[in-house]
Design a protein around this ligand. Structure first.
Ligand SMILES: Cc1cc2nc3c(=O)[nH]c(=O)nc-3n(C[C@H](O)[C@H](O)[C@H](O)COP(=O)(O)O)c2cc1C
Length: 358
């Protein structure tokens, strides 16, 4: 018997699949749809205290297609432009209708302690099972020193996570931006600030392309664009690398909710093998619909069945031990030679080839 349920940070999910913050979690109607289809949890579209400052543009999406398939997606969409009062009502209604489902409030604020206190207190009073701190939106908000502008500074991150923990009575996780030099530094800072978990990754800052007829970059708004956030299948290798780094750095101290390009049960299994307890999906749902959760469950069960795993914990983090330094790969490849000797001989080989070429 295979059991897909997950216990993490005091919460129980029927399966490890969570709708990530974004269009598939933009209001109560679609969140209810996700629960009806069988998703283990939902992170709502990011909420801010003053939504009047959130002004979206259109078009705000650009897709990269290979044949008929969407492999990458860029967006310049901002966080939720719906008032927090509406969200509070919707959280209450959703928790009444789906008491056993995990509903996570994604929140973002300016660098002000009182604002973070208020947004967290209001959403937990409205019934949020956990709080996800959006420290990672890469476009629009950083101009106001929010989102990834905060998530790129370990000092600010540590301080803001600490403010949140002063009032939080539910588990708190920080959602990280991949647009950093060292994921380890920011993940460690969030955990030092008191976060119970890390969610990663948000979108990768990108320029989707240039229209060769008009010479304008896309998505084009009144003839112009601004760099946006890249997601979907194309970002999975980057997300896997960052999941591995986070798990190795803070694995014993914080949970990991992995995000980035998940579209199959096999994708989810890969993230769990690198230490994730849950897996979030945004673009996959926009491309394939909410019914994707059944395919995710089927694929994950098939993988577990093949290996004789009965629970998620049976294989969580199993592949982390297969990462090492390049020098050790060289040493292993070249038998008795020490890694450093072999690396040096590889370097000499490169020099020789370069000499011969000049
Ligand atoms: C159109 C769009 C809007 C998004 N809005 C939010 C948001 O409001 N808050 C947030 O934390 N992440 C947001 N995200 C990021 C996703 O939650 C997710 O981290 C990212 O897209 C990578 O996962 P994926 O490849 O499954 O989409 C958004 C992503 C997309 C594509």
């Amino acid at each position: 018997m295979i059991d897909l349920s997950v216990h993490v940070d005091g919460l129980r999910l029927a399966n490890p699949f969570i709708i990530a913050s974004g269009p598939p979690s933009t209001n109560a109607n679609v969140i209810a749809r996700a629960f009806d289809e069988g998703w283990g949890g939902v992170v709502c579209k990011t909420i801010v205290l003053d939504s009047t400052k959130i002004v979206n543009v259109s078009p705000r999406y650009a897709r990269w297609r290979v044949g008929d398939e969407v492999v990458g997606w860029e967006n310049i969409e901002l966080i939720s432009d719906r008032p927090i009062e509406v969200w509070e009502e919707e959280f209450r209604a959703l928790k009444t209708r789906y008491p056993g489902r995990v509903l996570i409030a994604s929140v973002m604020e300016e660098y002000r302690r009182a604002a973070w206190h208020e947004v967290v207190e209001r959403m937990q009073r409205a019934g949020a099972d956990a709080i996800e701190l959006n420290m990672s939106c890469p476009h629009g908000l950083p101009e106001r020193r929010m989102g990834s502008a905060m998530g790129q500074s370990p000092e600010v991150l540590r301080e803001v996570c600490g403010w949140v923990r002063e009032v939080a009575r539910v588990p708190v996780c920080a959602k990280m931006t991949p647009n950093v030099t060292s994921m380890v530094d920011v993940a460690v800072a969030a955990v030092e600030g008191g976060c119970h978990g890390i969610s990663a990754i948000n979108t990768v800052l990108s320029v989707m392309g240039i229209d060769l007829d008009t010479l304008r970059p896309v998505p084009t708004v009144e003839g112009m664009t601004t760099p946006g956030g890249y997601s979907g299948r194309a970002v999975k290798p980057i997300a896997l690398r960052m999941a591995m780094e986070i798990a190795r750095a803070v694995g014993g101290r914080a949970s990991l909710s992995a995000i980035g390009g998940v579209e199959s049960g096999g994708d989810a299994a890969e993230f769990v093998l690198l230490g994730a307890s849950t897996v979030q999906v945004c673009t996959g749902v926009m491309v394939h619909g909410y019914g994707l959760v059944r395919e995710l469950e089927r694929g994950l069960r098939a993988f577990m069945d093949r290996h004789g795993f009965r629970t998620i914990e049976d294989f969580r983090g199993r592949s982390l031990k297969y990462f090492t330094s390049h020098a050790e790969l060289v040493a292993r490849k070249h038998g008795g030679k020490s890694g450093q000797d072999a690396a040096w001989s590889a370097e000499r080989l490169v020099e020789q080839v370069e000499d011969e070429a000049t």
